[in-house]
Design a binder for this molecule. Structure first.
Ligand code: DGJ
Length: 375
């Protein structure tokens, strides 16, 4: 009898470990409440009401699973450790004429809440089916509920026929020849920083690949995206309803070759973490600080420390999450991609701390919010 009770207790304890584990284990399989590895890659988190909503790319098995065959997933959690599958927030469409037809590429979905319209607004990087990464568009969808379903609205090449606010007048009129676009030398990088690709894409609209969203304290929202063949990041102000662009925008780290942007505001300063551009392969993260969202942005180098910092612990940034109700606590969220079996991608969540005004990310095999500084 004693043995049976002991066995029963052990089973209960083990199942609590599996479903209600109160710690993060970066790089491990992370089961949701149904016991399935969370499927929300390149994701971002919205805190709304008393709940966290995690949106991400729903990947499927194999190499083909890097394409959008299902859509954008959503999970919810009260404590950040245990996640409930809320289903597909935005579904790809079967209609072959739709921009989000099955087989397109949907990456890095992010959701923000608009207090004025009371709508949830989802933006994501969209590549049109069959065009590789050439379309370089950003797309928007909207819902009355955080978990969706989201109604697809449209995609953009942003900021057509507008110059960035940090652009010299003299740079506007220079000619662009096809041969100018390919040199990859230092003088060429200077040309890029002086708007070579901005001029090339002036009529059509600027490219938009890896992206994130950021809502400031005054409710203004910004879309930060890799543009100019991934050479330069652009930061663009969104309209009051968050559904389009106002036309106010700036270049960020010109010719710096950054992608995977993640932004957070701390003590009035803006911090940006990015990666270099090496496809699915990890590289060293970068960080930047600015007193204004419009820059100037100052480079602070690689925020990762310790063993394997030069490959960001085999991962690439996707979002920085301020932990609700815990002052000065942030989670660096990153993806450990597995491109040959996309569904097996893992999540690297680590504490983002600050040494003075410098962001720092250190590896932990396992960790919990309790370990961080007291609220
Ligand atoms: C790196 C990007 O950050 C990912 O989102 C994805 O676009 C891959 N490149 C594709 O190679």
């Amino acid at each position: 009898m004693r043995k049976q009770i002991l066995f029963y207790l052990l089973t209960v304890i083990c199942s609590i470990q599996a479903y209600g584990q109160q710690e993060f284990r970066p790089g491990s399989l992370w089961p949701d409440q149904d016991g399935k590895h969370i499927n929300a890659h390149g994701g971002g988190i919205l805190y709304h009401g008393d709940t966290y909503y995690w949106f991400g790319e729903f990947k499927t098995e194999g190499k083909a699973g890097n394409k959008a065959l299902v859509g954008v997933s959503c999970y919810s959690s009260k404590d950040l450790y245990s996640w409930k599958n809320e289903g597909i927030a935005l579904r790809v469409e079967n209609d072959s004429t739709s921009e989000i037809t099955k087989g397109c590429v949907i990456e890095r979905p992010k959701v923000i809440y608009n207090r004025k319209t009371k709508k949830f607004v989802l933006w994501f990087h969209l590549e049109l089916k069959g065009q590789g990464y050439d379309a370089a568009r950003t797309a928007v969808a909207v819902s009355d509920h955080p978990t969706g379903p989201y109604r697809y609205i449209q995609s953009y090449r942003p900021n057509s026929k507008t110059w960035p606010i940090n652009f010299d007048k003299a740079w506007q009129t220079k000619a662009v020849k096809e041969s100018d676009l390919k040199a990859h030398t230092d003088p060429w990088r200077k040309e890029v920083a002086e708007g070579l690709f901005v001029r090339r894409d002036f009529e059509k609209g600027q490219m938009s690949r890896d992206m994130t969203l950021f809502v400031d304290d005054d409710g203004k929202a910004y879309h930060i995206h890799a543009a100019e063949e991934n050479l330069t990041l652009h930061i663009s102000e969104l309209s009051d309803d968050y559904l389009s662009f106002t036309g106010k925008w700036a270049t960020l780290a010109p010719a710096g070759h950054n992608e995977a942007p993640a932004l957070v505001k701390r003590n009035g300063k803006y911090f940006l973490i990015t990666s270099g551009c090496t496809g699915w392969e990890p590289n060293a993260a970068r960080s930047f600080v600015s007193n204004s969202i419009w820059g100037p942005w100052i480079s602070l180098g690689n925020p990762a420390r310790g063993n394997n910092a030069e490959r960001t612990f085999e991962s690439q940034s996707t979002f920085i999450l301020p932990v609700h109700g815990r002052k000065d606590q942030y989670i660096f969220m990153a993806d450990r991609w597995v491109p040959e079996n996309a569904i097996d991608g893992r999540y690297i969540w680590l504490p983002l701390t600050f040494e003075g005004d410098k962001p720092v990310i250190k590896w932990f095999d396992q960790w919990s919010l309790k370990q961080l500084a007291t609220p």
